[in-house]
Write a protein that binds this ligand. Structure first.
Ligand SMILES: Nc1ncnc2c1ncn2[C@@H]1O[C@H](COP(=O)(O)OP(=O)(O)O)[C@@H](O)[C@H]1O
Ligand SMILES: O=P(O)(O)OC[C@H]1O[C@](O)(COP(=O)(O)O)[C@@H](O)[C@@H]1O
Ligand SMILES: [Mg+2]
Length: 541
């Protein structure tokens, strides 16, 4: 990835990140370059970056490339890159700041470091080699010494979009309570029914009392929806209602919408902080370690897998098939399989498979029945879609958000297995198909996810109060960070067949790798290799 960078420093602040300043460059094209500036403490008051990949905002210590001369000033070139998030002062430079009320909080009175140092960053890669470049970093999440909102002037709103996921209610609760308890913010509105709720429904006033118990319930207290994202109408409503902090809980689609809202807010020059809290049961959000609710879902999936195992074990030639969620990524199926140890075969969207012939699924299931008396298959809903489409009536539609509608591969596989053993192998099998897909996401979050959701909500609250905007929150190598939204919309997280985790799964189930016939497409290998190379480049620029 080629990267050119220009800096224009208004004030001579001392920055330990950018140790060398360059002459202000005239060629800064804000609107189409995705450039931004930040006035966060200890950073230059204005740093604009021009990138080949437009929407990544990076500060680099060491190499500063002057766009007009092409000259490279090389100083302390240790390859440090900060992928920063926007700050309200980048488009509202005169915004006043105030001392953080946490300073006077009894709860934080004896905390050693109440406030996160502006120089604290979180490394994207923690496995490094001696002498390797420092690589990409994100701002560390947490309370800042100064806030850019007076608590009594804050009017926040919360909206939940996309599919359900355990823990959404905990995030809602903790945003309301965090704003109230830590910052004394009392005006919090609930937008009902997803993005369209901004312009088609009434809001509800959210108080700590109202949300006190909601973390014990599944679903979302605010209701959700797909589709209905109309940036202009949403921002008109934000403006009309006098909202100045927008908390958006949702997945990749929701974050694309959040980015559009942030960009429109900036265009209009509004003092409105926009933050996303990543939600998806599929765990397919890039950069962050894991999405909330995933742990709960994997745990709940055990109940379905155990039931299928018991059913299969207790009859002659028992076969169990369990379908789990996972549209484009098979993390739930993979982790549920690894946790269970009873599963004989796990099928995920990332790994093609085939049924007939040597090395195929039928042969393996028959072998397991003969060896063990039964066989258990777990499959992600997105697995084998193209394969199933060959014999099923294809659904060529999308949902209201534009997500592709899937064929029911669970039903398809059940039928195929039955037909094969009954008609081809003339073998009697006892097959039970369990589809717990919605059951694993419509439950309250477990203890681990509850705590995780609390941290996410508090990180979001601290970030918006500190004036950051256009960002999302999440743990990167276990430390919570502020991540530019585009980082979670540009790529999705998928199971890497070339990673050791997938090898662990294959080793634990002993299933065929299906490599004989459906070799992993060259395209996939190329893509995964490119990702690795890209990572190495980022580390080495
Ligand atoms: N490219 C996009 N631009 C703006 N809004 C989007 C975009 N994609 C999806 N959305 C909106 O985000 C919301 C949730 O998206 P969806 O894909 O259903 O769920 P998720 O956020 O969980 O991926 C919907 O209201 C949808 O209209
Ligand atoms: O039936 P629905 O509500 O569209 O949800 C189904 C989809 O929602 C998910 O659980 C999660 O999707 P999102 O992350 O986009 O919300 C997928 O695994 C699944 O395909
Ligand atoms: Mg999605």
């Amino acid at each position: 990835m080629e990267l050119s960078l220009s800096t224009s420093l208004h004030s001579p602040t001392t920055s330990s990140f950018l140790s060398k300043t360059s002459t202000p460059s005239p060629c800064i094209h804000r609107q189409n370059l995705g450039s931004f500036s930040t006035a966060a403490p200890n950073f230059p008051s204005r740093v604009s970056l021009k990138l080949k990949k437009p929407s990544v905002f990076r500060h680099r210590r060491g190499i500063l490339k002057n766009q007009s001369s092409g000259e490279i000033a090389n100083d302390e070139d240790d390859g440090f890159v900060l992928e920063d998030v926007p700050h309200l002062t980048s488009f509202l430079p005169d915004l006043p700041s105030y001392p953080n009320p946490l300073k006077y909080s009894q709860a934080y009175a004896i905390v050693k470091n109440t406030f996160v140092s502006p120089e604290d960053v979180v490394a994207q890669k923690i496995v490094v080699q001696k002498g390797s470049r420092r690589g990409v970093h994100f701002r560390r999440a947490g309370p800042r010494e100064k806030v850019y909102f007076k608590p009594e002037k804050v009017r926040a709103c919360i909206v939940t979009c996309g599919g359900l996921c355990p823990g959404i209610n905990t995030v809602i609760r903790e945003i309301v309570c965090g704003l109230h308890n830590m910052y004394g913010v009392e005006d919090v509105l609930g937008i009902q029914g997803g993005y369209r709720g901004f312009y088609s429904q009434n809001t509800i006033k959210l108080t700590p009392k109202l949300v006190n118990d909601i973390h014990k319930r599944g679903g979302t207290f605010l209701q959700t929806s797909r589709g209905g994202h109309d940036t202009k109408k949403i921002v008109d409503n934000i403006q009309d209602r006098g909202i100045n902090q927008v908390y958006i809980i949702g997945g990749d689609g929701t974050h694309k919408g959040a980015l559009a809202i942030y960009q429109e807010v900036e265009k209009r020059g509004l003092q409105v902080a926009v933050v996303g809290i990543p939600k998806t049961i599929d765990n397919d959000i890039a950069v962050i370690d894991k999405s909330f609710g995933f742990d709960t879902a994997v745990e709940e999936a055990q109940r379905a897998i155990n039931a299928a195992h018991v059913e299969a074990e207790c009859v002659a030639n028992g076969v169990g098939i369990v379908k789990l969620m996972g549209r484009y990524s098979g993390f739930i199926a993979m982790f549920a399989t690894l946790a269970s140890r009873d599963v004989d075969c796990c099928l995920v969207p990332e790994s093609p498979f085939y049924l007939e012939g040597q090395g195929g699924l039928f042969e393996y299931v028959e072998q397991r029945i003969k060896e063990n008396g039964h066989a258990l298959i777990v499959l992600a809903e997105g697995a084998g879609q193209e394969y199933a489409a060959q014999s099923m009536h294809a659904v060529n539609g999308t949902d209201a958000s534009g997500n592709r509608l899937l064929l029911d591969v669970g039903l398809w596989l059940t039928q195929e297995v039955k037909d094969h053993f009954t008609n081809v192998r003339k073998m009697e099998i006892n097959l039970k198909y369990i589809d717990p897909t919605y059951m694993i996401r419509a439950i309250p979050s477990n203890a681990y996810d509850n705590i995780y959701c609390t941290l996410l909500a508090q990180s979001a609250v601290h970030g918006t109060m500190a004036g950051y905007t256009g960002f999302t929150v999440g743990p990167v190598n276990s430390r919570h960070a502020y991540i530019p939204i585009n980082r979670v919309t540009e790529a999705t997280n998928t199971v890497k067949l070339t990673d050791r985790m997938w090898a662990r799964l294959l080793a634990s189930t002993n299933q065929p790798s299906f490599l004989q016939k459906c070799e992993i497409s060259q395209e996939r290998v190329d893509k995964e290799t490119m990702e690795v190379i890209d990572d190495m480049r980022i580390t080495s620029i």
